[in-house]
Ligand binder design. Structure first.
Ligand code: PLP
Length: 424
């Protein structure tokens, strides 16, 4: 970094001197390129610093509002390499899809602009296939076509909108009997929210009944890796479409995701996708860098093991608890949410009569400190967040998105803030 800055300053001064001599126009672009990229170890300028954007320590988890995850070094390198060459986009999309389908043991795959895009493209595919209708019909012609998506009432969620973008209407069911009766000539899909905490109908029944009616079944498993095997568990179970977020536990690019499943559905989804102007996916462009990054992230993840990752996350949680053991009344607990964010999280509870600061205020102090730390948003909250059940008296530390060594910084800051508030 030092070097680069110095070289830039030198170049800037040289340019000014030349301009003063009236020969600035003789500096050809080639020379500028040599000056700024001639060094083998080119490092980009830090635009967070340049723009004044605060870098954070992510002790929260894979939250989009916090830019979710960072790509492992091998993925970052693949993205940087992909940026150097233009290619034919349709070749890249097709070959990336074939590679992913093979590695993820499903019929077909595409890289989408995130799981939310996967939901929209997959819904458009169900509509297209069930109506034998061209994809341009979505969403304007939907009122005249088959347009119903069946869902359990307990599976309604904030991503409903990603399906409704296509113009579908939800038909809600509670019991298996309701579900059987909900199918009619207007049904295009049966949608399942994999991490839903309620709902009477399990995955196998959901699939079996839909298939009895010849209706495709979609599973939103966006945040449900690890375990790594979930990448094929749901397609192999019989779901016709499954979407995953690329930028959560998979640690690919933040604006990438996967849509996996049946060949005809994926082909229709691809036809609605960028670069085709007349599909609903034209605005969901995934650039070559992110397509490559998504594939590289899958290669990276498949080289990991669930046990190794879990051991590392527990080690971080233990290290933080050990640092805090002299805080009066503190009780650490490690919790692994059941489906989404299925990794160890550290919960810290204490008696606020002895440590006179509320968890929500601890979170604010860590946010305002240097370096700025974000604790899990369930901290001090009574409602569940992503499978984490918390309360006003609990600090929640998400350790899985920490960079190496950051567990020590989080522990030190928590200790500073808590010990300062201990009542003698
Ligand atoms: C995060 C999430 C999404 C959206 O994923 P993106 O990749 O950010 O588009 C969709 N569904 C569920 C259940 C999620 O958790």
């Amino acid at each position: 970094m030092e070097n680069v800055t110095t070289r830039r300053e030198v170049f800037g001064r040289a340019k000014k001197a030349l301009a003063a001599a009236g020969i600035a126009s003789q500096i050809r672009p080639a020379m500028a390129a040599t000056q700024s990229h001639g060094n083998k170890h080119v490092e980009g300028e830090d635009y967070y610093d340049k723009l004044g954007v605060t870098k954070i320590i992510n002790a929260a988890g894979t939250y989009t509002i916090l830019t979710a995850s960072t790509m492992p070094p091998s993925v970052q390198a693949a993205v940087a390499l992909a940026a150097k060459h233009p290619v034919r986009l349709l070749d890249l999309q097709r070959l990336a899809g074939e590679y992913l389908a093979k590695r993820l043991r499903c019929e077909s795959a595409i890289v989408t602009a995130g799981a939310s895009s996967g939901l929209t493209l997959g819904t458009a595919a169900c509509i297209g296939v069930m109506n034998h209708s061209p994809i341009q019909a979505v969403p304007m012609q939907l009122p005249n076509l088959k347009n119903e998506a069946i869902i359990q009432k307990a599976h309604r969620y904030s991503y409903d909108h990603a399906l409704e973008n296509c113009g579908v209407r939800f038909v809600e069911v509670d019991t298996l009997d309701d579900y059987r009766k909900a199918f009619n000539e207007r049904t295009v899909m049966a949608h399942f929210f994999n991490a839903a905490e309620g709902g009477q109908i399990g995955r196998e029944d959901w699939i079996r009944v839909a298939h009895q009616h010849g209706v495709p079944c979609f599973n939103d498993a966006a945040a449900d890796v690890p375990p790594i095997s979930n990448l094929w568990n749901y397609t192999q179970m019989g779901f016709d479409l499954v979407t995953f977020s690329g930028g959560k536990g998979i640690r690919g690019p933040q604006n990438a995701g996967l849509l996996l499943g049946r060949k005809d559905l994926i082909a229709t989804a691809s036809a609605t996708n960028n670069p085709f102007d007349e599909g609903i996916g034209r605005g969901m462009k995934v650039a070559k860098e992110q397509i490559v990054g998504m594939v590289a992230a899958i290669d990276w993840l498949l080289s990991q093991s669930d046990d190794q990752m879990e051991t590392e996350f527990r080690r971080r949680a233990d290290r933080i608890s050990a640092e805090l053991k002299d805080i009066p009344t503190i009780k650490p607990e490690i919790v692994v949410p059941a489906v989404a964010n299925h990794v160890p999280h550290l919960l810290l509870r204490y008696d606020q009569q002895r440590v006179k600061i509320a968890p929500i205020d601890v979170a604010e102090e860590l946010r305002k400190g240097t370096p700025s730390i974000e604790l899990n948003p369930a901290t001090g909250k009574t409602h569940a967040s992503s499978g984490l059940h918390s309360d006003a008296n609990t600090i929640v530390v998400g350790v899985w998105m920490l960079e190496p060594g950051e567990d020590v910084i989080v522990a030190r800051r928590l200790h500073e803030v808590l010990s300062r508030n201990v009542k003698a």
